[in-house]
Write a protein that binds this ligand. Structure first.
Ligand code: NAP
Ligand code: 8YV
Length: 311
């Protein structure tokens, strides 16, 4: 008998095909009345494949649930406490996306410092004949402060070393196997660096870690780059800092209320904005989809997902 798996949210068609072949698979989105469906049949499902979200109500509506498999490494959209209380492991997709997220982080830093996007807009608007594009800032050799030297943070550091950057980082605990200096104070890291790169997990523990005080410490020559979660940055404080030119610029892949982007940010020219594309390459998304499937398969075969949040 095939295990019964419910899908919550949109997943890639190739992954859906795999799920349909291996499991007794149902999409909640196909049900005309999701609430009625869960009330009537929620008890049948032992697996949940999700696009990144599962609140306490959904978990409670699935009383036989034994495993959650989530698309993405960040699990801030899942009520981990509700899952843990029932002993339900939450599979996620770490490591397979490190390279692409780190590549984007470097790209965003270069873009915001050199004005790649802004200069292209200048050219396309036909402004070049009126004069050269204004001089921007150098990227190579600058000071990089990494907030969150974890799996992705390490990949950013590796790339930044090739740009002769001086690197320090802020984690709650120093990393043992690195010679890069740990800065216990986030404000001091911001004061020291030219680029402050944020790549910590989202959720309550990191909410508004990048505060007005951190932005003021970064100062008028400093750039903020966020590829973590929108919740980590106090967005209204960031808007004020950018409007007042109290920081030099920002490059953002993530926002507090995605897919909504504050119009105040859209209006600013010292900001690079992209729509949460850190892992969005054909290769990486295929690897993430495969891991979502493999986590479920591994759980049903061995009792453990291949990769699991919190382990
Ligand atoms: P990871 O390996 O767990 O690294 C997270 C790092 O953050 C750790 O070094 C951790 O060190 C540090 N950290 C955690 N809480 C902190 C806090 N309160 N203050 C300071 N440092 C803290 O995670 P990862 O795989 O690199 O992924 C990081 C996050 O990136 C994900 O959770 C996800 O939200 C985001 N992400 C975004 C995209 C995108 O598309 N933009 C793609 C992938 C991932 P300590 O525990 O010692 O503090
Ligand atoms: C995902 C991400 O693409 O892995 C993460 O935590 O933020 C991205 O890689 C996203 O969560 C899926 O929409």
């Amino acid at each position: 008998m095939k295990h019964k798996v419910l899908q919550y949210g949109k997943l890639m068609p190739t992954l859906e095909q795999q799920l349909a072949e291996a499991f007794d698979w149902h999409r909640l989105a196909d049900q005309p009345d999701a609430r009625a469906f869960l009330a009537a049949r929620g008890g049948e499902f032992v697996g949940l494949a999700t696009a990144g979200f599962a609140d306490a109500a959904l978990i409670a509506a699935l009383p036989s649930l034994r495993v959650i498999s989530s698309f993405g490494v960040g699990v801030d959209g899942i009520d981990l406490d509700a899952a843990a209380r029932r002993g339900i492991p939450v599979g996620n997709t770490p490591d397979v996306l490190n390279d692409c997220v780190a590549d984007l982080a470097i790209g965003l830093m270069i873009d915001v410092a050199r004005g790649v996007g802004a200069a292209e807009r200048y050219l396309r608007a036909g402004q070049w004949p009126q004069g050269p594009y204004p001089l921007q800032r150098r990227f190579s050799g600058k000071k990089l402060g990494i907030v969150g030297l974890g799996r992705i943070g390490h990949e950013v550091a590796k790339r930044a070393l090739a740009f002769d950057m001086d690197i320090r980082y802020h984690n709650r605990r120093p990393v043992l196997d690195t010679s890069m200096p740990h800065e216990p104070s986030l404000v001091e890291l911001a004061r020291w660096c030219d680029f402050l790169l944020v790549i910590v997990p989202g959720g309550a523990a990191t909410r508004h870690l990048i505060s007005e005080a951190v932005l003021d410490a970064l100062g008028p020559k400093g750039y903020l780059v966020n590829v973590a979660r929108g919740s980590v940055v106090d967005e209204p404080a960031l808007v004020r800092a950018l409007q007042g030119r109290r920081i030099a610029g920002a490059a953002l892949d993530v926002f507090e209320r995605e897919p909504q982007v504050p119009p105040e940010l859209m209006a600013l020219d010292n900001v690079v904005l992209v729509p949460h594309i850190g892992s969005a390459t054909v290769e990486t998304r295929a690897a993430m989809a495969q891991r979502v499937f493999d986590n479920l398969k591994s759980f049903f075969d061995t009792g453990k997902p291949i990769s699991q949040a919190g382990l």
